[in-house]
Design a protein around this ligand. Structure first.
Ligand code: DGJ
Length: 549
């Protein structure tokens, strides 16, 4: 193992590492960062906006460089441009203060060789509530690095966020990783960093260790009550009602300000989880200011705090995470439920661009429709199914076709994001999987469009309507680009004129190059009555309309 001690992580030693470990030309562009574009934010890489069409590796795939090396041809075949890959604390810092960057360097080197970017997932103190990725020197030294406890005083295999030693250890390792990336990733292969993974408390709502008890009996930080006052008109009802029910106090202990219910205790735990993550983000950015985000394991309906991974960056706790985490750029959604649009809509806010690192297990037939909705309707910075390296050519067909279209349209999508010139659509699906195929209507570019998700030329019982979706972009010349699968679009004039089709031209992919193909003014568009994207793949058509009386 190549061990590098902390004191040499600077100056000459770093430039030496840069030239030997991951040799690359130095770029003068600033590191990847977020920048405003219209009403949204975009990821800027080497001066240009970048749309992540990604895939997250299964948890252990990057823990062996030999294993990882075999995955690239299949990853490349999907057309993705970015992988989400863990960097594990236990592999990075096997002995305290001694860093081994073999895995990090190998991951970046392999990705770069295949022209694929990387989002690093920092599996530090927490991975899905638990602390399995902490190094042995942390795990064994439970006197120094305290465990969280349940309400009966039973220690859990979960590091306590209330322990300053744990914060210091995790933060030090994280900062060393970011310093190393700054020194070595001069090609900007790494685009962003996820701080921990699915932070959330289980099997009880909060930590009851002695340090946690002391915090719970202590004052609510004034930054939280100041945030609540400043955002009083727009708070999530979950937090707002707890605060209001206890007199909208400026100060007091946690139970004085929010009460003592499990909901109030979730607010308390969320504050301290968010503070911990924010400290890491700040320490990391001080070394290398990459965009940083946290991801959420969503709560199932009907479950109360303590029955799901509680206190993570969930919509009902956004106010707490935003107040406690000014250095965290994005609260990101991990989506494993069928009601994608319903949850995804909640992660798109003026103060929170849409970013998803995990969109269900790769291979789900609805992945393409979800991607189009995320990118077209929510101005997504990232879309990325989980366990992408488990896709087979068969299960990967839909995503590959969707990514090919989205890749081709990326310049138009990025130009349209945040400008109101683009819409995304997909059939709404409920949590229990019930599909609502009601057509959806919206106005764009002076026309009223109605999107139908039931294909008119295919027997309904042979359609997987949950996988139908697409997007439409208003082009500068007044035409529209319509892309997707299994949707039929009709047109009207909000002002009451009649509307006809001037022309519909398909785009065809030939040898991986998209080019104009047939003109579709006859049967394919029902003689100009609609634009149809058949359900058997993902297509692109350019639509030009006209109005008459
Ligand atoms: C969500 C986690 O964030 C991933 O690391 C992985 O454990 C998946 N769940 C498994 O479904």
């Amino acid at each position: 193992m190549r061990l590098v001690s902390l004191p040499v992580l600077c100056g000459f030693a770093l430039s030496l590492l840069a030239s030997t470990a991951v040799a690359a030309p130095v770029k003068i562009a600033p590191p990847p960062h977020l920048a405003s574009h219209g009403t949204t934010q975009q990821l800027i890489v080497d001066g240009k906006p970048f749309l992540i069409l990604g895939g997250e590796l299964a948890n252990s795939s990057a823990s062996s460089l030999d294993y990882l090396a075999a995955q690239w041809p299949a990853l490349q075949a999907t057309g993705l441009n970015t992988i989400f890959a863990p960097v594990e604390w236990d592999q990075l810092e096997p002995q305290q203060g001694h860093y081994d960057f073999t895995m990090t360097d190998g991951l970046i080197r392999q990705a770069r060789q295949h022209h694929i970017h990387v989002v690093i997932l920092w599996f530090g103190a927490w991975k899905n509530s638990m602390s399995t990725y902490a190094p042995p020197w942390v795990k064994h030294d439970f006197a120094t690095y305290a465990r969280a406890e349940d309400d009966k005083g039973q220690p859990q295999d979960i590091l306590s966020p209330f322990d300053p030693d744990t914060l210091h250890a995790d933060e030090t390792a994280f900062a060393a990783l970011l310093a190393h990336l700054k020194a070595t990733d001069t090609e900007h292969t790494v685009l962003a960093v996820q701080v921990e993974n699915e932070i959330g408390m289980l099997p009880v709502v909060r930590d009851y260790s002695p340090q946690a008890q002391a915090a719970f009996n202590g004052p609510v930080p004034p930054e939280l009550t100041a945030y609540l006052k400043a955002h009083a008109g727009s708070l999530n009802p979950y937090v707002q009602s707890l605060w209001q029910a206890h007199g909208q106090k400026d100060a007091g202990t946690w139970s004085e300000v929010f009460g003592d219910t499990v909901e109030a205790q979730e607010v308390f735990q969320a504050w301290y989880f968010a503070r911990f993550a924010d400290d890491l983000a700040r320490a990391g950015k001080a070394r290398y200011p990459l965009p940083m985000y946290v991801n959420a394991a969503l709560n199932r309906p009907g479950k109360t705090p303590g029955q799901y991974p509680s206190a993570g960056p969930l919509p009902h706790l956004f106010d707490v995470w935003k107040a406690a985490g000014p250095d965290i750029d994005l609260l990101a959604i991990d989506m494993y439920f069928p009601n994608f649009a319903e949850w995804a809509d909640r992660y798109k806010r003026p103060d929170n661009p849409f970013f998803s690192p995990e969109d269900n297990q790769a291979g789900k037939p609805e992945a393409g429709a979800n991607a189009f909705y995320a990118v077209g309707q929510l101005d997504a910075i990232s879309f990325s199914p989980f366990a992408i390296d488990r896709l087979t050519p068969d299960t990967g067909k839909g995503l590959t076709a969707a990514y090919s279209v989205l890749k081709h349209l990326t310049p138009d999508i990025l130009a349209a994001q945040g400008t109101g010139r683009m819409r995304g659509f997909r059939a709404r699906v409920a949590y229990d999987g019930t599909v609502d195929d009601t057509p959806q209507t919206f106005d764009l570019g002076g026309y009223r469009f109605t999107v139908t998700f039931v294909d008119p030329w295919t027997p309904k019982d042979q359609q997987d309507i949950a996988s139908h979706g697409g997007l439409i972009i208003e082009n500068e010349d007044g035409s529209f680009t319509v892309a997707g699968s299994g949707v039929t679009v009709t047109f009207a004039d909000p002002g009451g004129m009649a509307v006809g089709v001037e022309r519909i031209v398909e785009q065809r992919e030939v040898n991986s190059v998209w080019q104009p193909g047939r003109w579709l003014n006859g049967d394919e568009s029902h003689q100009g009555r609609h634009l149809r994207l058949p359900p058997d793949g993902f297509g692109i058509q350019t639509l030009t309309l006209y109005k008459y009386r």
